[in-house]
Design a protein around this ligand. Structure first.
Ligand code: TYD
Ligand code: MG
Length: 457
């Protein structure tokens, strides 16, 4: 009996247990523990003939790996984030805060796929058929011809998939599918629905786009639990009050995860922003607290304006507000500014903002944050030939400016917009035309030496 090792195993995470419990102690999933038979296999899934016949492993080169043709969503930015369109039969999770535009994006993609002659299906568990219709009216004629199913149960959706066999199906949202004996939206229900949809979609070769809500506080409880089940996790983000939206891949079994799509919410749906640098940095002018950051979003360089405000305060501790950049990165940069550049910030509120509502998620933003804060504090604008200063680079704890990838492409993007001098770390492979190399934060701030910065009074 007991003493011969675990008697139960979780079908989700493989956690082994001596006694059966309703919830797995390993992954917190419910009802996933299965009894393990004496032979070592799962009692619920016995192998063929007792221990089962020995499988014969196949060398990888003999495994068939046909590349299936990707399905274009008709939205170039979305296709790019997916890695060149969506792979037929794959499962895509589209997450984001309520109101960000998930249903709009998914509806537009379905309309395009339908217009290209494929069968599609839109399942709405969240909005009534009338609400979905009203959105489709805003999106245009093609969106109105998308077949839809409103407020269904998981069971009905599975039957519909079997009957219709669409090339692509949107489930809006995975949290609202009704599942017998489960509280809608609970992690167990979401996981069960997704597993059922997954096996059905793989068998029928249906591309599934699952929409999942993510709260603004970043509580991803429901959708997070699905991330390992799906092929691709897309996150749609931005500030609801602003029109710009960015779409990122957090996981992609069929492509890179670093690509970012930029959209603008307009009347008539989401419009792709083709030249985001012009949109985000085009209005930057030399002013105290403003610098242009040459960042990389995936394989694409992106210029953004980083703004800072430093205001004296009596509040202890003073406020540190970061919008569009990571708070922890800001804290680090402020500490380095205080310690290595002698900036007195202990009795000042510091606000840092990336103009336009984009979020920059790379260490190359450090130098821009530091220079914007220093410039805001001194009240002097940083400029180069009458243009705002452009820069990039990671800041290390000792005050050094560290190398970040793609210096050449960052500088080239800046030059495209007439910013001919870019401050940044020298890459290992040598000089880059237009790059004024800096190796420390102090050197970047002093404006002397290699940077030859002119500070306007
Ligand atoms: P929606 O796609 O419903 O968001 P989500 O599914 O993520 O909750 O749309 C979000 C907002 O976009 C909504 O407030 C209305 C607005 N919107 C437009 O501005 N223009 C449009 O053409 C459409 C369809 C929506
Ligand atoms: Mg919606």
């Amino acid at each position: 009996m007991a003493g011969k090792g675990p008697q139960f195993r979780c079908s989700e995470c493989g956690h082994a247990a001596l006694t059966w419990t309703g919830q797995c102690a390993g992954c917190s999933a419910w009802n996933t523990l299965e009894q393990v038979s004496a032979a070592g296999g799962s009692a619920r899934r016995p192998g063929r003939g007792g221990r089962g016949s020995a499988p014969s492993p196949v060398p990888l080169r003999e495994v068939s790996a046909e590349r299936s043709k990707r399905l274009s969503t008709g939205i170039a930015e979305l296709d790019r984030v997916l890695g060149g369109g969506v792979v037929p039969g794959s499962l895509v999770l589209l997450g984001g805060a309520p109101g960000i535009g998930k249903s709009t994006l998914a509806g537009m993609a379905l309309a395009n796929i339908a217009a290209a002659g494929e069968d599609v299906l839109y399942v709405s568990g969240e909005e009534s058929a009338a609400q979905v219709r009203r959105r489709a009216e805003r999106l245009g004629e093609a969106a109105l011809s998308v077949p839809m199913l409103a407020e269904p149960s998981l069971e009905t959706v599975l039957v519909a998939l079997e009957a219709e066999r669409p090339a692509a199906c949107v489930i809006d949202s995975v949290q609202t599918l009704a599942i017998p004996d489960a509280a809608p939206g609970s992690v167990g229900a979401i996981r069960e629905a997704t597993s059922a949809l997954l096996s059905s979609a793989k068998r029928l070769d249906v591309t599934l786009i699952l929409i999942g809500h993510v709260t603004k506080e970043g509580s991803l409880a429901g959708p997070r639990a699905l991330e390992h089940l799906v092929d691709c996790v897309l996150h749609f983000e931005g500030e609801r009050e602003r029109t710009f939206r960015t779409l990122r891949a957090l996981k992609n079994r069929f492509g890179a995860t670093s690509e970012v799509g930029v959209f603008e919410m307009r009347e008539g749906g989401l419009a792709e922003v083709e030249d985001p640098s012009a949109r985000f940095a085009g209005e930057a002018r030399p002013a105290p607290g403003s610098v242009v950051l040459c960042s990389m979003e995936g394989t694409r360089p992106l210029l953004v304006e980083v703004q800072a405000l430093v205001a004296p305060t009596e509040i202890v501790p003073p406020r540190r507000t970061a919008t569009g950049v990571d708070r922890n990165r800001l804290a680090l940069v402020l500490a380095v500014l205080t310690r290595h550049a002698g900036l007195a910030l202990s009795s000042a509120d510091v606000f840092v903002n990336v103009a336009g509502g984009v979020r920059i998620d790379e260490p190359g933003a450090d130098l821009a944050i530091a220079l914007a804060v220093a410039s805001a504090q001194s009240g002097r604008a940083l400029e180069s030939d009458g243009k705002p200063l452009a820069c990039f680079g990671e800041i290390g704890l000792t005050g050094e400016v560290r190398y970040v990838a793609h210096a050449d492409r960052r500088v080239a993007e800046a030059r495209k917009f007439g910013l001919d001098r870019v401050l940044g770390p020298l890459p290992g492979e040598g000089a880059v035309p237009g790059l004024a190399p800096v190796s420390s934060l102090k050197a970047a701030l002093s404006g002397g030496g290699a940077s030859r910065l002119r500070r306007a009074a």
